[in-house]
Write a protein that binds this ligand. Structure first.
Ligand code: NAI
Ligand code: MG
Length: 333
């Protein structure tokens, strides 16, 4: 089985080194192939997502992605490789779970369209910039269905079976109006679930203040990006939050965090989000005992107060990794 590993930039390689070491210990039969993407490779070669990387990702069963640094100013020829990868592989569902005290929710984010469709232009006078927001029936229906199926499977495990449809259809009447209408059409196929809707601003406030109200949230791409960062506060922050991008028999797992240039190279990046990606990967592959072993080892390391500064500890990435790998290798004998 081929797993394509794309470490990326900044802390991406630092946390991916820990994740791949854990994966090698837990699943020695897997073949891990490394591929480049991001700002570093763009600066060297002028290409952010090389054709070989896309080919390696396409032919892999699953992809582990670290993080890439994307400049916030326009750079000719540069597009965020993660956004490209999600679209090229049609990884249409971004699943972002958060668990914490009293909180167990999942943000299901549409991953292929909306304002991230890349259709931006500058008017000739240079003073007006226009971005097109693309919402389609097809993409809205499949993400709504993904959310409903997830809510149903969670319900079987004791969760409330509730889906919150988040939009801004009161202002964006056509685009979010379509998303909302299609989501409720899909909802009609799930009489066993409960549905509610929230405008995105109210959803943001409630997600910050009363996260325990939510079970499964389904929303468009940009809103999902923002809401999932809010949600992850309740699970320990960006150093912990992992996500999966699901497509057609293929999946890409990535931390919610970015390249963290403020701490890159200092050896203090929290590898937990990347390790949670490995847990999600193993679960997706149906390797539940291995996933549980990793979960257990991570819990033991945390219980020993071996943790990075972002979650209140004073350990380095290396110390967390060593403690974890020691548990993983001794647990095996
Ligand atoms: P960021 O997620 O990289 O960092 C935000 C804050 O959280 C920083 O203070 C950082 O030090 C901290 N943080 C993040 N991950 C951490 C970890 N594992 N351990 C400890 N602290 C952690 O977001 P930011 O700063 O807005 O973006 C930095 C760069 O990353 C930008 O170039 C952006 O484009 C890129 N980015 C890439 C993403 C991806 O590859 N999927 C996602 C988000 C941002
Ligand atoms: Mg984000």
């Amino acid at each position: 089985m081929q797993i394509c590993v794309i470490p990326g930039d900044g802390i991406g390689p630092e946390v991916m080194a820990v994740a791949t070491a854990a994966l090698r210990a837990l699943a020695p039969d897997m073949t891990l192939t490394e591929a480049e993407a991001g700002w570093g490779v763009f600066q060297r070669t002028g290409v952010a997502l090389p054709a070989e990387t896309l080919a390696a990702a396409r032919s892999a069963t699953a992809i582990l992605f670290g993080a890439v640094a994307s400049p916030s100013h326009p750079v000719p020829g540069y597009r965020s490789p993660i956004v490209e990868l999600r679209r090229a592989l049609d990884l249409y569902a971004n699943i972002r779970p958060t668990t914490g005290p009293g909180v167990d929710l999942v943000v299901v984010r549409e991953n292929t369209e909306d304002l991230y469709s890349g259709r931006e232009r500058l008017e000739d006078d240079g003073n007006t910039a226009i971005a097109e927001r693309v919402i389609t029936r097809t993409a809205s229906a499949r993400i709504a269905r993904t959310a409903c199926e997830l809510a149903r499977s969670r319900q079987a495990a004791g969760h409330p079976g509730k889906v919150t449809i988040v939009h801004k259809a009161n202002v964006l009447r056509l685009s979010d109006g379509l998303f909302r209408a299609v989501a409720f059409e899909v909802a009609a196929d799930y009489p066993d679930l409960t549905f509610e809707e929230r405008l995105v601003d109210v959803a943001a406030m409630q997600l910050a203040a009363q996260p325990q109200r939510f079970d499964v949230i389904v929303t468009t791409n940009l809103f999902g990006d923002i809401l999932s960062d809010i949600a992850c506060i309740h699970g320990g922050g960006l150093g912990v939050a992992a996500s999966s991008n699901l497509g057609h028999g293929q999946a890409l797992f990535e931390p919610v965090h970015g390249a963290a240039p403020d701490i890159a190279g200092r050896g203090i990046a929290n590898p937990t989000a990347a390790l949670n990606c490995v847990v999600m990967l193993l679960e997706w592959l149906g390797r539940l005992p291995a996933a549980e072993r990793l979960r257990q080892a991570m819990a033991e390391v945390a219980a020993d107060d071996i943790a990075t500064p972002d979650v209140g500890g004073n350990a380095t990435t290396r110390e967390v990794a060593d403690a974890l790998l020691e548990r993983l290798t001794t647990a095996q004998v």
